[in-house]
Design a binder for this molecule. Structure first.
Ligand code: ATP
Length: 541
């Protein structure tokens, strides 16, 4: 059967023909066929684990298909590695970045690029070195053109995730890729940055480039793409022109049922005692040259049991520092050291002053944590789902007899949690690395909620998670709130902030610049406050 694009236009950039790829018993791509028109923006959507990333990894030469073939610009291609794909004009930004963390942004962008070398003419043997000045100039020009500015001299590990992603995108543009694959490119961007990114992608499209976007964000799909291909459980279940699609239509194609995309959640009414209190916390930045700037500035806030407090803000405005300070106060409030910036002020967690607590004492305070970087802080990728579920919880009474672990109890709990959160595949022995991004997230959420904490910090809890699962995770968060748990939600998704938060705090430049009840602010005012555009003084609690 011919696909939609084939009927309309034969100038295809990409054509998948009955491609199959299995990992052991898991068929990640099952005879998938679809095509992408040259000079178009194509969305790939589907539930977590539906096989989108696998298809793109085959296209990028990271995996080899078991069966079928892929045509690129009309010619069958069998890449031996991504190097072949790059040579043939294909670039990919992965869902989890592939950057050398200890190298600078500049080095990451030019790494492995032989084009920009400076030839030394008088040496007897050919000896090329990278012309860093030229490369920097070119990268800066691309960055300026597409609004992707990053500090090129700073080590990647020191940059927030949003900036790291910009480096990935710059790397791809710097190599003049003709076909750009972006696996969830906007997961860490603010709405304004998303608009800017897509404006730039449109410019690239108008220059004839082909762009494939893997995303869970249906609004982006509708606003910015030309065609949509829908995956479900390893198969392509449909292709649709964006102009003919609606959010509901795509959602039900993806999930196979109707999904409530905008639930009405009543604002919390029964508030308990505070689970988190920060009073006049200032965090000086001693680690960068910019020592006059404070990473957190005279920040005071409170989360009470039974409420969800959402922090809205453009990434890099102190949110990461705030989270680190909540979990590791001893690093900041103790003696001044060269490895951490120094904090002043007060912090109380679950009613206890914690600024001088040791790490071991902090572990006694049971706080759920869904981290923004699930690979770095949420999972041990080369350990099984079961081991990851028990991570940090092995001391819980229900999981041990003295020093011995109750293996059967652990297995039973993990099995039922995987069922409850619909983690796919239901294989508790599979290493965390073998699960798709969204399913990895579900494992973390199941573990953290399972601790039955009084306070949960959720940083982008539905990042990379499909709509069916978002609906479920949101319900769980609200259920926790209604049980009396206090929740601090840090999210770059305004939709998520609006759906869940009882109170919304806006962070800008390390300060809380505004505070609203959910029902007294709209997206426009919030967006303005997030960009520092608040002219009036902040509202008070
Ligand atoms: N390296 C691997 N080893 C074993 N199984 C894998 C591997 N990579 C992917 N899978 C499995 O293949 C299936 C498809 O995964 P894939 O990452 O392609 O899904 P996806 O649609 O991109 O999901 P998500 O939206 O969550 O990123 C999943 O069941 C996943 O667990």
């Amino acid at each position: 059967m011919k696909t939609l694009n084939q009927l309309e236009d034969t100038s295809l950039a990409i054509e998948f023909r009955k491609v199959t790829k299995s990992f052991g018993s898991i068929v990640a791509n099952d005879q998938i066929s679809f095509s992408v028109k040259k000079g178009s923006i194509q969305a790939l959507v589907g539930e977590n684990g539906a096989g989108k990333s696998t298809a793109m990894k085959i296209l990028f030469g990271l995996y080899k298909e078991d069966e079928g073939e892929i045509l690129v610009n009309g010619k069958p291609q069998h890449w031996a590695s991504p190097r072949d794909a790059i040579k043939n004009g294909i670039g990919m930004v992965h869902q989890h970045f592939m950057l050398a963390e200890t190298a600078t942004g500049l080095d990451n962008i030019i790494l492995g690029d032989e084009e920009h070398t400076l030839k030394i003419p008088f040496l007897p043997v050919p000896f090329n070195i990278i012309d860093r000045r030229k490369a920097r100039k070119e990268i800066q020009a691309i960055a300026n053109k597409y609004g992707l500015n990053v500090p090129l001299n700073v080590k990647v590990s020191k940059l927030p995730v949003g900036m790291q992603q910009r480096i990935e995108i710059l790397k791809l543009l710097y190599r003049n890729a003709d076909i750009l694959i972006l696996d969830e490119p906007t997961a860490v961007l603010t709405p304004i940055e998303v608009d800017e990114l897509f404006e730039n992608l449109k410019k690239l499209k108008n220059e004839g480039k082909t762009i494939i976007i893997v995303t869970h964000k249906l609004r982006e799909v509708l606003n910015f793409t030309d065609n949509i291909v829908v995956f479900r459980t390893g198969k392509v279940v449909g292709e649709i022109k964006t102009a003919e699609a609606t959010e509901e239509k795509i959602a039900s194609m993806m999930v196979g049922r109707n999904v409530n995309l905008r639930p009405e959640i009543p604002i919390a009414s029964n508030l308990n005692k505070p689970v988190l209190e920060l009073k006049n916390v200032t965090l000086k930045d001693y680690l960068t040259k910019d020592s006059k700037r404070n990473l957190l500035n005279n920040l005071s806030m409170r989360v009470r049991g039974g409420e969800i407090v959402g922090i809205a803000g453009v990434e890099g405005n102190g949110q990461s520092e705030l989270l680190d300070l909540i979990f590791h106060p001893q690093n900041y409030f103790g003696k001044k050291t060269s490895s951490h910036s120094h904090a002043t002020g007060d912090i109380n967690l679950l009613g206890k002053a914690v600024k001088h607590k040791k790490s071991s004492e902090m572990l006694d305070l049971i706080v759920g944590f869904i981290p923004e970087d699930r690979h770095k802080n949420g999972l041990l990728l080369n350990m099984s789902a079961e081991e990851n579920y028990i991570l940090g919880r092995h001391w819980e009474k229900k999981f041990r007899y003295g020093f011995l672990q109750k293996i059967k109890e652990i297995q039973k709990t993990v099995k039922s949690e995987m069922e409850k959160y619909d983690v796919r595949p239901r294989n508790s022995k599979l290493n965390a690395s073998g699960f798709s991004g969204g399913n990895q997230q579900k494992i973390i959420i199941a573990r953290e909620f399972g601790k039955e904490p009084e306070f949960i910090v959720a940083a982008n809890p539905t990042r990379g998670v499909d709509i069916g699962a978002i609906e479920y995770i949101h319900k769980q968060i609200v259920a926790e709130r209604d049980k009396g748990v206090g929740i601090l939600l840090v999210s770059s998704e305004l939709d998520e902030i609006f759906t869940l938060s009882d109170r919304i705090l806006v962070m800008y430049g390390g300060e809380i610049v505004a505070e609203y009840k959910r029902n007294e602010v709209d997206e426009h005012a919030l967006g303005l406050a997030m960009c520092g555009g608040l002219s009036e003084g902040r509202k008070t609690q």
